[in-house]
Design a protein around this ligand. Structure first.
Ligand SMILES: Cc1ncc(COP(=O)(O)O)c(C=O)c1O
Length: 354
């Protein structure tokens, strides 16, 4: 450890992203990427960026893309913020809304970046245990929180709550900022974006990385009351005004305009998920109800590490979190039908007595 390190660097445990292997070809089901390529219209938009446009800084207000997003969701443009992936939007949200004297809360089992940001900005947090079946009981969350942070559907469990349940919390906790991370919402859960017009204590975060096949371009959004959006802009413009490059701005706009491709690919992923759930249930795996592009499953009585290693040895990468309560569970991204057929075949073999 260098003597030049800050106390922060000495003490923080960074987030560890899923492996991106370069050495061999895997069926890659470990980071919830979309198995389908970006739409042809997105690629045309990328190709339309001229040398002249690349010479200039991008529009720091991301105006064209925000206009498209606002029209798509029936919002005003000042209710939309765009950042370099939703991870960056989350990273800007912490200093925009939380002080070191505040307490925020999120479930004990959720997106593992949340506690990392809390540690980075030194914001006290409560990790509220999910129920035994991994569902959420909002009554377990303390009163008087500055913020309640919720991934919906949750990751890695894939379980969603309804928009009525979230609205209930928005009404019950008017002094608490409720942040809903909807990274996976397009695969079958209910979005609360429309509620941002009625509740000033709601911020919704989404991404183009999952349902729109653009994880490589890094585009994420926040939707909320204009005042909340202004706070995010204030942090962005105190950090880096140009986080969304010219290529990403054009491509993201095209992705939202190509509704037909979005509908086709997400329907295919949902259909493949349902087939996968049925097949894995048949061979005795336990699977939580999923409205995401992944399933969270376990083989009762078998160490998760063993199943994960077996799949890896046979060319399939899946994600496992070495955390209490879920160390024997695997998070498997839904791939193409062919990829999932191979996973099912391997797991059937694994479960067959020798
Ligand atoms: C719940 C959740 N939120 C946010 C993200 C970050 O997405 P991105 O930064 O690619 O927009 C992820 C990525 O896996 C996620 O699972």
């Amino acid at each position: 450890m260098s003597r030049f390190f800050s106390d922060l660097v000495k003490n923080i445990t960074p987030y560890v992203p899923g492996e991106q292997p370069k050495d061999r070809r895997f069926i890659k089901l470990n980071t919830n990427e979309n198995p389908y390529p970006a739409s042809a219209k997105v690629m045309a938009a990328i190709g339309s960026v001229t040398a002249l446009a690349a010479r200039l800084y991008p529009d720091p207000q991301v105006t064209e893309l925000r206009r498209t997003l606002a029209a798509y969701h029936n919002l005003a443009i000042d209710q939309v913020f765009v950042g370099n992936g939703s991870d960056e939007v989350l990273a800007m949200m912490f200093p925009a809304f939380f002080d070191r004297t505040d307490t925020i809360a999120f479930p004990d089992i959720t997106y593992s970046f949340y506690p990392v940001y809390a540690a980075l900005y030194q914001i006290p947090y409560v990790a509220v245990p999910l129920q035994e079946d991994f569902t959420i009981d909002f009554d377990d969350f303390p009163e008087n929180l500055k913020a309640l942070l919720l991934a919906n559907p949750n990751a890695p469990t894939a379980i969603a709550v309804t928009s009525a349940e979230i609205e209930n919390q928005l009404r019950r906790r008017p002094e608490t900022l409720i942040i809903v991370d909807e990274a996976y919402v397009d695969f079958g859960a209910e979005s609360v974006v429309p509620l941002t017009c009625r509740y000033d204590n709601l911020l919704v975060i989404q991404t183009l990385s999952k349902a729109r096949s653009l994880a490589g371009l890094r585009v994420g959004m926040a939707f909320g009351n204009p005042e909340l959006i202004r706070a995010l802009e204030c942090i962005r413009d105190s950090f880096n005004s140009y986080t969304v490059d010219v290529v990403a701005q054009r491509a993201a706009k095209a992705a939202y305009e190509d509704v037909a491709y979005f509908e086709k690919t997400r329907a295919a992923i949902i259909a493949t998920r349902e087939k996968t759930v049925a097949a894995l249930t048949d061979i005795g795996m336990k699977i939580l109800p999923s409205t995401a592009n992944f399933v969270f499953c376990t083989w009762p009585g078998v160490a998760g590490e063993k199943v994960q290693q077996y799949l890896r040895d046979n060319g399939v990468l899946v994600r496992r979190f070495n955390k209490p309560r879920i160390e024997d569970w695997l998070r498997i991204t839904i791939g193409t039908d062919e990829e999932m057929d191979e996973v099912i075949r391997l797991l059937q073999l694994f479960g067959t007595p020798a």
